[in-house]
Design a protein around this ligand. Sequence first.
Ligand code: ADP
Ligand code: MG
Length: 397
Amino acid sequence: MNIHEHQAKELLKGFGAPVAQGVAITSAGEAEAAAKSLPGPLYVVKSQIHAGGRGKGKFKELGPDAKGGVRLAKTIDEVVANAKEMLGNTLVTKQTGPAGKQVNRLYIEDGADISRELYLSLLVDRTVGEVAFVASTEGGMDIEAVAEETPEKIITVPIDPTAGVTDADAAKLVAALGLEEPAAGEMPTLARQLYQAFTEKDMSLLEVNPLIVMENGHLRVLDAKVSFDGNALFRHPDVMELRDLTEEDSKEIEASKYDLAYVALDGNIGCMVNGAGLAMATMDIIKLYGAEPANFLDVGGGASKEKVTAAFKIITADPNVKGILVNIFGGIMRCDVIAEGVVAAVKEVGLQVPLVVRLEGTNVEQGKAILDQSGLDITSADDLDDAAQKIVAAVKG
Ligand code: ADP
Ligand code: MG
């Protein structure tokens, strides 16, 4: 689960991290009061969407010459004018995809005098099995580009979970970021605050880009992107309250209600599979035969008929879906249960597109019999290869 920048900053502030003063607003009428509550003389109007690259982003409605999604303002009038221009419009950034995201919320923030823009993040580093800091002097810009073009400018500092952030770890960060006093002296504290926030709140990513050194030499968290581990959310009702459903795909929200692992994609073949690995393999083989999957969907190991029905409804609700491939290996899951779920779902929501079903494993014969006797137009497949070829052919007509 992702949250907005202003929420992430509020949360980090609770751990003591240095963030600027700011006010989130959802209507232009609130802009003046928000700006007046800040010290000035420099203000920043920041689009709150769940995507990065806002500064360099472009508003669809405003044309190529208009300013981006993060704007400096030197007067309160300028704050108000920018708020009016930005709210309600669609911001397209490198991370939103071409459709962009509507800006329904702005963060009016105190402007900082920036001396240097750095990069600092925390993530779960699977190669070492520890939480690690990633740091670079090349902050403020596209870190993926830095990783590709100048990987030597990115350093990783894994943190031993039994020791936490040691002085030696902090010293590595200070050296990597080329910090001088007073910023160098502030780094160990900031690193510990960020690490504590990350671990206590079960984050999967905490990215500060940029972390700045201000003209006065102090550090400040200028941007903050936070993702939480969805499997740990039940432990954090306070975090769950920060969820903004308008930022999420409606199909993914529906899927989460049934505990289905679903990710919407751009293709036209809907997939219903049990097991994440098999779901990945199914997507790969669809691509191999020249088509694109419309989603990733793992119904889980012990899915009920209700769950299968819900999954089927979510897939068919996607207007891009021109064919459906059900690929089930019945281990714990029984093929007859899947077959019953598919038949029930088809009877309930109808079937406007070709459906290919491949069943294998426990109770496969009963499952196939249920499909055959249903009288519905379902194509059976013998193996994954056969299934993929059949659905791709059906979709391509
Ligand atoms: P994004 O990463 O989505 O583009 P950022 O919050 O990183 O958004 O803002 C982009 C750039 O805008 C920053 O790199 C920084 O140069 C400038 N900026 C953002 N917030 C402020 C602020 N409070 N004061 C001064 N400059 C800012
Ligand atoms: Mg940023």
